[in-house]
Ligand binder design. Structure first.
Ligand code: IPE
Ligand code: IPE
Ligand code: MG
Length: 255
């Protein structure tokens, strides 16, 4: 079915874009939101302007994911390696959840979105954690799109911590080494009960994972674009999902 979007129809100048439809909508889409700094530099602006405009792309991606009926949208917002950046930039990034949620939380609640956070809260400033916790608490009973922010997230640390917990269970005798299963590892990761990403998108032109969901993306379909994250919107999400729908997932078997 061709779905035209009201705002575009009203403007009349933009081409109508077809929303992917059918049964084959990915359940979990994960996005490495990269390129904020280069977007700003291209326009001669400070990097933080790129991050602020990246927030608008977060909103566009969320609305588009909700329209498509995607169940989980995971957004890589800050990696365990991003602490290496200058303090001013890190401080600014840590203020963005608060800024974003102050503007958007009411609408997220109305849209039945459930906000989650995936990452290590310990090193995050209190105000960042407080903003996230408020959003998580106020949306915890929502049953629509799960909007999962990967904040101070890194796969190496996630896997290491999971392995340590399993080692403790072996040490205290509650399980034996031979009881360790792939499912036990999978469910011990920060994604917990979430399905693995069906589709992984990275903006900004880099062709790498940057320590993002290394276990969970074993069979994800990958989609890259040279566009910078502040340039990302509905059209790109639709294009990525449409491409996903044309792929054949074999999981090592035969199609
Ligand atoms: C993504 O944009 C945001 C974060 C990693 C926090 P960047 O800040 O990495 O932008 P580039 O890659 O330097 O352009
Ligand atoms: C990946 O982007 C992390 C996030 C988008 C949060 P980076 O900009 O940190 O990745 P690298 O350094 O180019 O690999
Ligand atoms: Mg980057």
């Amino acid at each position: 079915m061709i779905k035209l979007f009201e705002s575009w129809r009203k403007k009349g100048s933009r081409p109508a874009i077809e929303a992917p439809s059918g049964d084959n909508i990915p359940k979990h889409v994960a996005i490495i939101m990269d390129g904020n700094g280069r977007w700003a530099r291209k326009l001669g602006l400070p990097r933080i302007v790129g991050h602020r405009n990246g927030m608008k792309a977060v909103k566009r991606a969320t609305i588009a994911a909700d329209e498509l009926g995607i169940s989980v949208l995971t957004l890589y917002a800050f990696s365990t390696e991003n602490w290496k950046r200058p303090k001013d930039e890190v401080d600014f990034l840590m203020s963005l959840p608060q800024e974003f949620l102050a503007i958007e939380l009411e609408e997220l609640i109305q849209k039945n979105v459930q906000v989650r956070m995936m990452g290590h809260p310990n090193e995050l400033p209190d105000h960042t954690v407080a903003a996230m916790e408020e959003a998580i608490e106020r949306t915890k009973n929502n049953t629509g799109l799960i909007l999962n922010f990967a904040l101070n997230y890194g796969s190496h640390r996630e896997i290491t911590e999971c392995v340590k917990e399993i080692a403790v269970r072996v040490q205290n005798g509650s399980i034996k080494p031979e009881d360790i299963t792939q499912d036990m590892i999978g469910s011990g990761l920060l994604t917990g009960d979430l399905p693995d990403p069906d589709l992984l998108i990275r903006t900004g032109g880099e062709l790498r994972l940057s320590n993002f969901m290394l276990w969970q993306t074993a069979y994800s379909e990958l989609w890259f674009t040279d566009l910078y994250w502040p340039e990302f919107g509905r059209e790109q999400l639709f294009a990525a999902v449409a491409e996903y729908q044309r792929r054949t997932r074999r999981y090592g078997g035969l199609s």
